[in-house]
Write a protein that binds this ligand. Structure first.
Ligand code: ATP
Ligand code: MG
Length: 290
């Protein structure tokens, strides 16, 4: 266990499924190494005061809310469905999807009132119930735990309420998405009233997650420029602070180093070349602490 912390933070993560790999990769990028084992439910990280509790995603919200785990990584959809009383600490961006209502594609759908008197199959009854109430609609909810998309085809329901990401499952089952009820991604949740010692471990973990996120959309750029062009070129560069300018061995030439946003990259490269930059080298950044 790391010297500077006096507590162990227990994190609930999905044992297998769509969030598992991205969760493990995020922890690994944050240098929190968890050796995965098929049989062990609770695994301590080798180099950080964290232990991972591997669970089905359905059980994660409650496990955190009741304090069996201190924090957890779970889909916002699952958290909302369970209504567990946790603090959402960060949106993590992966596992993006939406919860939508879909109807057989040949239906003449004119608006949410279409659902009045209909039967809707779903694995997310609580979220659906809330939506129906808010829209003042009356429909029968048929709860099934999997393969919701086949419900209309087999005559089990008139419509479905389910997770959509690309939409191809809907198309394959002759369904049409008509209402998006919520957007979801994986979230890091924490139990309420975490002790200060555990909060300190969480804060260190957040510091690392944020450094990874900051770096994701940034590039490190090195380029060479004639000394007389340095002012013109540095004026084009936003950088984290100001760019680093160093003389090259060849007199009259400089090397300029800076960090730029990925979305501005191509536009900037064109301008830099036009201003006399040469040998432009672009690199990924692993972590960025602003
Ligand atoms: P478990 O065995 O842990 O209960 P599961 O079968 O309930 O797993 P997964 O299919 O692994 O759940 O999905 C976990 C989460 O991944 C979902 O709750 C959702 O937040 C997210 N997700 C992102 N895209 C999709 C998708 N296309 N289909 C299903 N879930 C998705
Ligand atoms: Mg599940």
């Amino acid at each position: 266990m790391s010297h500077q912390f006096s507590a162990m933070l227990r994190i609930a993560i999905q044992s297998k499924g769509r969030l598992h790999d991205d969760t493990i990769s995020l922890l690994r990028e944050a240098d929190i190494k968890i050796r995965e084992s098929k049989r062990t439910l609770l695994v301590q990280a080798s180099n950080f005061p964290v232990e991972a509790l591997f669970l089905r995603d359905d059980d994660i919200p409650e496990t955190v809310a009741t304090g069996v785990a201190d924090v957890g990584i779970v889909g916002l959809n699952e958290l909302e469905e369970k209504g567990a009383d946790c603090e959402i600490v960060r949106h993590l961006g992966f596992g993006a999807c939406r919860l939508s209502l879909a109807v057989p594609k040949e239906e003449a759908y004119s608006g949410p009132q279409w659902f009045n008197g209909k039967t809707i199959a779903t694995s997310y009854p609580a979220i659906l119930r809330r939506y129906l109430k808010q829209q003042r609609l009356t429909a029968t909810i048929h709860v099934i735990s999997g393969s919701v998309e086949i419900s209309t085809g087999v005559g089990l329901a008139d419509a479905i309420f389910d997770i959509v990401s690309s939409g191809s499952t809907l198309v394959n089952n002759n369904l049409r998405e008509v209402e998006t009820v919520m957007q979801s991604d994986a979230v890091l949740v924490a139990r309420k009233n975490l002790e200060p010692e555990k909060r300190a471990v969480l804060n260190e973990m957040l510091f690392r997650f944020d450094a990874i996120k900051n770096a994701e959309t940034k590039k490190y750029v090195l380029l060479n420029a004639p000394a007389e062009k340095v002012d013109e070129i540095t004026a084009l560069l936003p950088g984290v602070k100001s760019p680093t300018v160093m003389p090259l061995a060849e007199s009259g030439w400089c090397s300029i180093h800076t960090v730029i946003d990925e979305d501005r990259f191509w536009e900037l490269i064109g301008k830099l070349k036009a201003a006399g930059a040469q040998g432009i080298l672009v690199m990924d950044i692993e972590k960025l602490i602003a």
